[in-house]
Design a protein around this ligand. Structure first.
Ligand SMILES: O=C(O)CCC(=O)C(=O)O
Ligand SMILES: [Fe+2]
Length: 179
């Protein structure tokens, strides 16, 4: 997982026009949270959600579908789009930390998990975080005259603390970190 995370962070960095190491090194000694999701079948599948709409607070999330039953949906242009499982492939979801580090260039999508009327679905979500000594903030190289930092820079501890202090009904979490 570490190798995968570090190399994906490197590719993201290059897509931003930065050196690969700029973001990959931030994830070199990072931590991981693992969530095993089990969505039992529900005869009234239209009326329930497996996971309500949210944005992951990780850097990236690697999602493994354990089967071919779709369930993940991502909000794109105002519509929920189903992400079809591909055998032996991971879906990569951008989380709030990469959105901050890219100064908003990478979007962290809202997503949900829907349930199936007759089939169980299992998924494994690995939430990948930067090392605890990394400061979370927009990459310095992206801040130029006319392109100011959109988000504050803070320690990992402060970031997590702010997430727990966040009043969920008010504004999206990332907006609490806007400058
Ligand atoms: O099971 C899924 O497809 C989504 C899981 C998810 O979004 C999460 O665990 O944060
Ligand atoms: Fe998620």
């Amino acid at each position: 997982m570490r190798e995968t995370t570090v190399s994906i962070a490197g590719f993201i960095s290059m897509m931003l026009g930065l050196k690969a190491e700029e973001l990959s090194k931030a994830f070199q000694d990072g931590g991981y949270d693992l969530r095993l999701n089990c969505y039992p079948p529900c005869p009234e599948s239209e009326r329930v959600l497996g996971i309500a709409s949210h944005v992951d607070i990780s850097g990236i999330t690697l999602l493994l579908d354990c089967g071919d039953t779709p369930g993940l949906q991502v909000l794109k242009d105002g519509r929920w789009v189903s992400v079809k499982p591909i055998a032996d492939a991971l879906a990569v979801d951008i989380g709030t930390i990469i959105k901050i580090m890219s100064n908003g260039i990478y979007k962290a999508p809202l997503h949900i998990a829907v349930v199936h009327s007759s089939k169980e679905r299992l998924s494994v979500a690995t939430f990948c975080y930067p090392s605890t000594n990394v400061h979370i903030g927009p990459a310095k190289e992206l801040i130029k005259p006319g392109t100011p930092a959109l988000y504050m820079t803070l320690t990992m501890d402060d970031y997590i603390q702010r997430f727990f202090d966040w009043k969920r009904d008010a504004i999206p979490f990332i907006d609490t970190l806007k400058i």
